[in-house]
Write a protein that binds this ligand. Structure first.
Ligand SMILES: *Cc1c(COP(=O)(O)O)cnc(C)c1O
Length: 381
């Protein structure tokens, strides 16, 4: 089956009891047994739920993994991955990580003895020197948020394999339509399904896809033992979102290309971060490992001031000022005062996250309307 067909059909069959074409929402906590231990494969809904099971089979097929395990959020999925490790083990992670992932590693797991270090992964050779004997997991995010830096997944996985270290790739920004890390050597793929997989900004959900049976069983054990499972209605919404993933993400990428060009030529804009530009430092890797360049764009206004970018954010009418990304509607955000406000200003600026940086999540509206909205918001009064 090719990818777009898998979105609609992988793991999905009409309900055997009724013929319902769409996967039913099994809103139940428990299942009748004919006698003790004599059941149909379902005992208790933390352990097994048929709606969730269909979604997990579908996701495993989309990322070419052995199996998938779903969670109540992207961060609950990450929590399960780190629980595969023990006190004394170390996580080596991309340095400009999603803020919530950074917080979980630093403020939750370090108290349990799993330490993390955050290093740039753009230069693979200097990255290799950062690996220590206690390094047991490499955590990659690519493209990163909000600086849209690229990591060469295959090169990092080759180094990890040589040293017997597991690699988990947070594939949220790309979605399985654009990038499949297991094909490039990764062991685990994480999705905040809240974003592109759900695609309609109406649900919080997370998923892990494991390359091997052993890893799948380890994660499945933690899913049941720790219990951060999603409800069946949430699984249904993700299943419904996935059916149009290819159409939505491709349209958003097409829109993003035109908006990036518009911004690049705008006199008020000093810098546009978009992996589709040839001069973007990660362009080569993006071209190699992604089907298109994604629908996230970050840019700076010329003045470099907090004030001017805040004005832009308050003037857009179609772009909604909000956190999150990956929905059908376009969003605009100001990382320095919103998603990344907790990072000290000095560290933030050193990493390239300026006071004036604006982040766009491009949706699937008519691109002419989106460009017009940005044009009027960028006008100086
Ligand atoms: C949103 C996000 C997460 C966290 O997912 P939740 O569903 O909000 O818990 C993790 N990684 C990335 C890249 C994200 O954008």
């Amino acid at each position: 089956m090719k990818f777009n067909t898998k979105l609609i059909h992988a793991g999905i069959h009409p309900d055997p009891g009724t013929g319902a074409v769409m996967t039913p929402i099994f809103q139940t906590s428990t299942y009748a047994q004919d006698g003790p231990g004599n059941h149909k494969g379902f005992e208790y809904a933390r352990t097994q739920n048929p709606t969730r099971q269909v979604l997990e089979e579908n996701l495993a097929a989309l990322e070419n993994g052995y199996g998938a395990v779903c969670f109540s959020s992207g961060l609950a999925a990450m929590d399960a991955v780190i629980k595969l490790f023990k006190s004394g083990d170390e996580v080596l992670a991309t340095h400009d990580l999603y803020g919530g992932s950074y917080r979980q590693l630093v403020r939750v797991f370090s108290s349990f003895g799993v330490q993390s270090r955050f290093v740039p992964m753009q230069d693979v050779n200097s990255f290799e020197n950062q690996i220590r004997p206690e390094t047991k997991l490499i955590w990659i995010e690519t493209p990163t948020n909000p600086l849209l830096q690229l990591v060469d997944i295959a090169a990092v996985c080759a180094i990890a394999k040589k040293k017997g270290i597991l690699v988990c790739v947070d594939n949220t920004f790309a979605s399985p339509y654009l990038q499949n890390p297991i094909d490039l050597g990764a062991d685990i793929v994480l999705h905040s399904a809240t974003k592109y997989l759900g695609g309609h900004s109406d649900v919080i959900h997370g998923a892990l896809i494991a390359k091997t049976k052993e890893l799948y069983e380890g994660l499945k054990f933690i899913q049941n033992a720790s219990g951060a499972v999603p409800g069946p209605m949430d699984c249904f919404l993700i299943l419904r979102g996935i059916k149009t993933l290819h159409v939505r993400v491709q349209r958003a990428c097409d829109n993003a290309r035109q908006i990036a060009d518009f911004l690049k030529n705008h006199p008020q804009v000093s810098r546009v971060l978009y992996p589709g530009f040839e001069e973007h430092p990660g362009h080569f890797f993006a071209k190699n490992q992604m089907k298109d360049f994604g629908a996230m764009i970050s840019f700076d206004v010329h003045s470099g001031s907090f004030e001017q970018s805040k004005q832009v954010l308050s003037k857009t009418k179609l772009f909604t000022c909000a956190e999150s990304l990956g929905g059908v509607e376009s969003l605009i955000g100001h990382p320095a005062s919103m998603t990344h406000a907790s990072i000290p200003r000095e560290d933030r600026i050193k990493s390239g996250l300026t006071d004036s940086l604006i982040r766009l999540s491009i949706g699937i509206e008519d691109v002419e309307d989106l460009i017009e909205d940005l044009r009027q918001a960028l006008e100086i009064q």
